[in-house]
Write a protein that binds this ligand. Structure first.
Ligand SMILES: N[C@@H](CCC(=O)N[C@@H](CS)C(=O)NCC(=O)O)C(=O)O
Length: 304
């Protein structure tokens, strides 16, 4: 597992140097019960509680120092001012908790996770990004209009689609042959895949979301579903942001081309939301580096 982390997520770094890097770039204790979340309105805080008066803390376990798939979960907490701990960014000793969970056999209630992100909430330990989002969204009031009993399936459909094409496929562009091998070992295949990804796949997914926003189910085209911000909007935002980091020229051309105006308007709208804007300007938001979204100039669109 550690070798996988090295190769696919932090190639050329040993786990020791990776941890040393964390020590250099992060304060040891990274407090996520920040003033913003502490000042969350009482009603919002109560939404996170179940039948008892105190809710167990939300604890995210994800590789430190990169946004990665953990970012989808962070954005939901941040948008709703929900207190959470980002354990591995908080203390390097929590990496041990994560790797133990991944190597273990789980417990009476919880099967072990294969890979992060992992969410701990009380006795519950749950993994798979879209699954965690599905669990959190109703608790954080991100699950669509009240009274729409099918909303979560539609919103999940949209989130899964964004993750398919603008996260999982994006990762596969720089690792088209073997997840456990270095990018440099599959550079030629990566170039071929990037050309197809830019020419066919990115436009297909942007076109899909443009149609979603044109459709009646979006209720006005401001948000993907039901006229309100949902977790799918946050997922799409993070995907667009990551793909833009990885392929700035290609995405610049897509934006300028004007075919996906509603998609980019949604992107801009999310970025300007008060809590998101504060978060993006904070130390809690990590920089892209060796995760899903990587910038290799040779994979982006060439000069035209
Ligand atoms: N489908 C899973 C993918 C999880 C995943 O691939 N996690 C990455 C980090 S973003 C990892 O460490 N994977 C290790 C592996 O696949 O062996 C999800 O959405 O959570």
């Amino acid at each position: 597992m550690l070798s996988l982390l090295r190769r696919s997520y932090t190639p050329a770094l040993t786990i020791r140097t990776f941890l040393a890097l964390i020590r250099r770039t992060q304060p040891l204790i990274h407090v996520l019960y920040h003033p913003l979340t502490m000042s969350a309105p009482a009603s919002k805080r109560q939404k996170t509680t179940s039948s008892t008066s105190t809710s167990p803390p939300y604890e995210l376990l994800y590789w430190p120092t990169i946004p990665g798939r953990g970012e989808h979960i962070r954005l939901c907490f941040e948008e709703t001012s929900t207190p959470y701990s980002d354990l591995c960014n908080e203390s390097k000793s929590n990496m041990q908790t994560l790797t133990s969970l991944m190597k273990g056999i789980g417990n009476t209630h919880n099967p072990p996770p294969l890979a992060p992100p992992v969410l701990k909430h009380g006795d519950l330990v749950v993994s798979q990004t879209p699954n965690i989002l599905l669990y959190l969204a109703p608790k954080l009031d991100l699950a669509g209009p009240e009274g729409d009993e099918n909303a979560i399936y539609h919103i999940n459909q949209l989130a899964l689609t964004a993750l398919d094409g603008l996260s999982n496929e994006t990762h596969d562009v720089h690792h088209p042959v073997a997840v456990g091998a270095y990018y440099e070992e599959q550079k030629e295949e990566a170039k071929r895949k990037a050309a197809d990804y830019i020419a066919n796949r990115i436009p297909k997914f942007l076109g899909y979301f443009e149609r979603v926003l044109e459709g009646e189910a979006s209720k006005g085209g401001e948000w993907l579903y039901g006229g309100v911000l949902t977790w799918a909007d946050l997922v799409l935002w993070q995907c667009l942001d990551g793909v833009t980091f990885a392929f700035p020229k290609a995405m610049g051309k897509n934006r300028e081309g004007g075919k996906y105006e509603k998609v980019f308007a949604l992107y801009d709208r999310v970025k300007e939301r008060t809590q998101i804007k504060e978060y993006l300007g904070s130390e809690r938001r990590k920089e892209y580096s060796m995760g899903i979204y990587r910038y290799y100039p040779e994979l982006d669109l060439g000069e035209e």
